[in-house]
Write a protein that binds this ligand. Structure first.
Ligand code: PEP
Ligand code: MN
Length: 350
C-alpha cells in the first residue's frame, strides 16, 4: 500500500478496556493512523447493544496514550460532543442516521460554535453519508459544520439504505460521493467498506474499488475477536485479516503513462462534442415535429410512439454492446427534453 492512503480502523463498539486495548495495540503495529470505536451506538432495533457510554472514552484515551494513534468516536448529540472532547478525543464522526437529520446536525454545529471548538487546532469532524441517497443532505451537513467554523472536515462514504441492496448491506451508489468530491474538492474522501459490504469477504473488493476512484483513505471495522463482537460481527475483521487486506490492495498511480491517457482524453472530448452536435440536431427535428403537431392540433405526447422508441432503442443499443438499462435511461432523458422543447415552443406561440 502506498503511504498517503490514511487508514482508520477499530471495532464497531468499545466493549471492554481489554478488547479496546488488545485491538488497538495490534493495529498500531500495522501503522493504522486513527483508532475508531463507538461508545454510543445508534441501533436500528431496541434491545440491541447500544454501547458502553461515556466510560468507554477513558479506554480511548488510554489507547491514545499507549499507542500514539489518534482516537475517534461517534457523536450524535451536543452532550456526546462535549463529553468526547472533554475526555481528549482527537476526532469525531457523525453517523449516517444523524447526517440524515438536519436538526441533529445543526444542534452539533451550534454546540461547536458556542464552545468555539471549531477553532481547535486539529479538530476533525468526519461526516458519514446520510442513510438515504440524498446528496443535498450530505452537502448540507458539511455546510453546517463549515459555518460553525470547523476547518478540517472529512467525508466517509458508507453506502445507502435500500429495501433491495443485493450483495451489499448498504448500496454504494458511487456517483453520490463522486458528486460530493466535485462540490468539495478540498475535503478528503474516505470509504467505509465494512458498513457498505456488511460481510468480511466484501471488505477487500470494495476497498480496492474506492482506491481505484482515488479515495483518500479507508475506515475499516476491526475487532480482536469478531465472533464475540457485540455489534456488527459479520463485517469485522481481525487485525491479522486487516493486514492481509491492506497488503493486497493495489494503489493506482495517477502519474503513469500520462501521454496515452491524454490521447484517450482528447478522443473522449471529441466524441462528447459529436454527441452534443447530434443531440442538438435531434432537438431541432423534434422542434419541427412540434410545429407539425401544432398545425394539426395533435397532442405533444404520443405514448405509443414513446414506448416503441424506448423498446426499439434498447434492442439497438444491446446489439452494439451497450447496456440495455443504460440505453433506456438515456432515451428517457432525451425524450423528456424533446417533450419540453415541443411544449415550450407551443407555449411561446399561444
Ligand atoms: C459505525 O461506524 O459504527 C456506524 C454506526 O456507522 P454508520 O453511521 O455508518 O451506520
Ligand atoms: Mn458498526
Amino acid at each position: 500500500m502506498r503511504s498517503g492512503i490514511k487508514i482508520i480502523a477499530g471495532p464497531c463498539s468499545a466493549e471492554s478496556r481489554q478488547q479496546v486495548l488488545d485491538t488497538a495495540k495490534a493495529l498500531a503495529g500495522l501503522g493504522v493512523d486513527v483508532f475508531r470505536a463507538g461508545v454510543w451506538k445508534p441501533r436500528t432495533r431496541p434491545g440491541m447493544f447500544e454501547g458502553v457510554g461515556a466510560k468507554g472514552l477513558q479506554w480511548l484515551e488510554d489507547v491514545r496514550k499507549e499507542t500514539g494513534m489518534k482516537v475517534c468516536c461517534e457523536v450524535a448529540t451536543p452532550e456526546h460532543l462535549n463529553q468526547a472532547l472533554d475526555s481528549g478525543i482527537d476526532m469525531l464522526w457523525v453517523g449516517a442516521r444523524t447526517t440524515a437529520d438536519p436538526f441533529a446536525v445543526q444542534a452539533l454545529a451550534d454546540e461547536i460554535k458556542r464552545t468555539s471548538r471549531g477553532s481547535m487546532e486539529d479538530l476533525v469532524v468526519m461526516v458519514k453519508n446520510p442513510i438515504n441517497p440524498d446528496v443535498e443532505l450530505w452537502a448540507g451537513a458539511v455546510e453546517r459544520f463549515k459555518n460553525a467554523g470547523v476547518k478540517d472536515i472529512w467525508l466517509v462514504h458508507r453506502g445507502f439504505s435500500s429495501y433491495d441492496t443485493g450483495i451489499y448491506r448498504n448500496l454504494p451508489l458511487w456517483h453520490i460521493p463522486i458528486e460530493m468530491k466535485r462540490r468539495f474538492p478540498e475535503i478528503p474522501l474516505f470509504c467505509d467498506p465494512s458498513h457498505m459490504g456488511g460481510k468480511q469477504p466484501l471488505i477487500a473488493p470494495i476497498s480496492q474499488q474506492a482506491l481505484d476512484l482515488m479515495y483518500d483513505g479507508l475506515m475499516i471495522e476491526c475487532h480482536c475477536n469478531p465472533d464475540q463482537a457485540l455489534s456488527d460481527k459479520t463485517q469485522q475483521v481481525t487485525p491479522l485479516q486487516l493486514e492481509k487486506i491492506l497488503n493486497q490492495l493495489q494503489i493506482r498511480e495517477n502519474v503513469q503513462d500520462q501521454q496515452s491517457l491524454e490521447s484517450f482524453r482528447s478522443r473522449i472530448d471529441s466524441l462528447d462534442e459529436s454527441l452534443f452536435r447530434i443531440l442538438s440536431e435531434r432537438m431541432e427535428v423534434s422542434r419541427r415535429i412540434g410545429q407539425y403537431k401544432q398545425q394539426r392540433n395533435m397532442p405533444v405526447l404520443q405514448s405509443k410512439r414513446y414506448s416503441e422508441i424506448v423498446e426499439n432503442r434498447s434492442d439497438l443499443a444491446e446489439s452494439i454492446g451497450l447496456d440495455r438499462e443504460f440505453a433506456k435511461s438515456l432515451m428517457e432523458i432525451i425524450h423528456k427534453e424533446s417533450v419540453k422543447v415541443q411544449l415550450d415552443q407551443r407555449n411561446s406561440k399561444d
